[in-house]
Design a binder for this molecule. Structure first.
Ligand SMILES: [Mn+2]
Length: 375
């Protein structure tokens, strides 16, 4: 069987005043063209279909058109809600979407969490927000990670009878490398699910939530975030985007990454005020969006320099961030001085992996630290 896995479409995303829907449409056209060629059996959309809880009409049209394009190809589509999607909005479009063979799982629900297609069982976990996990009685003592872990075990049990078993989930796995556009509050230690919480029963784990394409380390079966299909914000500047085609067969699981071309790549350019004129021609040739980090050297000519940048780059220039170098050194000094780097590392490790630093890693970090201090 062949599956397509895409995620984090964020229809309706804006950057400054600029809509990113043209970027999304450009990406989706490539996905649809690829589906026509590769003829998958099923499409998985791993949440954050929309950027906002109440999507604007244009964004809805883009997503419904996508559903119809897949319908024309005779494809079934499974969609789960992400943390950006409203459970209730997703439920409101569920019935009509089913007519297009789009199966929406709007919220975590133990009575409705499996999509079966012949030999394939897809277990679905829409974004498990704290409020829907509703711990009661004994359960109240359990942490978020434990509650999600229990849900994942339940899902594994539910698909045991299928020959091929896939998990479709929108959540943060501890250790994943994120980009900062995910919505910071939900990418913390507290909301991290440990990679060992996933059952080995699954042949493939299709994830959404983290915006960087990556294979997740430490899970018993192969797990991927395919990330956003275009660079969502400047923290994703320079990143390559793509999605997955998955082969499930007697000989095992094969995953093929399909790269996506970008309509408007994002670029962050760090410039000293004095370099702006010299760099202007190069920046004018950039076919995407720009953020300029401007190191201010002379306040009197600054307005003129900014005008020149705005005139030359017009709508391609999304943001100018002014920094004065004095400020910069001050903030660096404050945050790091008087703090033991080893302590900082331990804290970082706890935040990212949810456990203490293993001895051998701590030793290796200590060695590196010594080397760095002797440089
Ligand atoms: Mn997202």
């Amino acid at each position: 069987m062949r599956l397509l896995h895409i995620a984090d479409l964020h229809a309706g995303k804006t950057l400054g005043r600029v809509s990113r829907n043209p970027d999304l449409v450009y990406a989706l056209e490539q996905v649809v063209a690829f589906a026509k060629e590769s003829k998958p059996d099923l499409v998985l959309i791993a949440g954050d279909v929309f950027d906002k809880a109440n999507p604007d009409n244009e964004s809805k049209e883009i997503i419904f058109d996508l559903f119809l394009r897949f319908r024309e190809m005779g494809l079934d589509v499974i969609v789960i809600s992400g943390n950006h999607d409203s459970y209730d909005f997703m439920r409101s479009i569920k019935g009509l979407s089913r007519l297009a063979n789009v199966h929406i799982f709007d919220r975590p629900d133990k009575n409705n969490c499996v999509f079966g297609a012949g030999p394939l069982g897809v277990a679905c976990l829409p974004y498990p927000s704290e409020r829907v996990l509703t711990p009661a009685g004994e359960e109240a003592k359990r942490t978020y990670g434990e509650l999600v872990g229990a849900f994942l075990r339940y899902l594994a049990e539910k698909v045991k009878g299928f020959r091929y078993r896939v998990l479709l989930a929108h959540l943060f796995v501890a250790g994943a490398r994120f980009t900062r556009t995910e919505k910071e509050a939900t990418i913390t230690e507290y909301f991290a699910v440990h990679p060992s919480s996933f059952s080995e029963t699954f042949h493939y784990i299709a994830l959404g939530h983290v915006h960087r394409y990556q294979e997740v380390k430490g899970t018993p079966s192969r797990a991927f975030y395919t990330g956003t299909p275009y660079q969502l914000d400047f923290s994703e500047a320079g990143e390559e985007k793509g999605f997955n085609l998955i082969f499930l067969g007697e000989s095992g699981v094969k995953v093929e990454r399909v790269p996506l071309d970008l309509k408007n790549p994002l670029r962050v350019e760090e410039l000293k005020q004095g370099e702006v004129m010299k760099k202007l021609e190069d920046l004018k040739g950039w076919e995407g969006y720009l953020k300029v980090v401007l190191h201010v050297e002379d306040r009197t000519t600054l307005p003129h320099v900014i005008d020149r940048l705005r005139d030359a780059l017009s709508e391609r220039l999304i943001r100018i961030e002014q920094v004065t170098d004095k400020q910069e050194t001050a903030s660096n000094g404050v945050s790091l001085q008087g703090t033991d780097p080893m302590e900082l590392y331990r804290e970082y490790y706890r935040n990212v992996y949810g456990t203490e630093v293993p001895e051998d890693v701590e030793r290796a970090f200590g060695d590196l630290l010594k080397k760095a201090e002797n440089l």
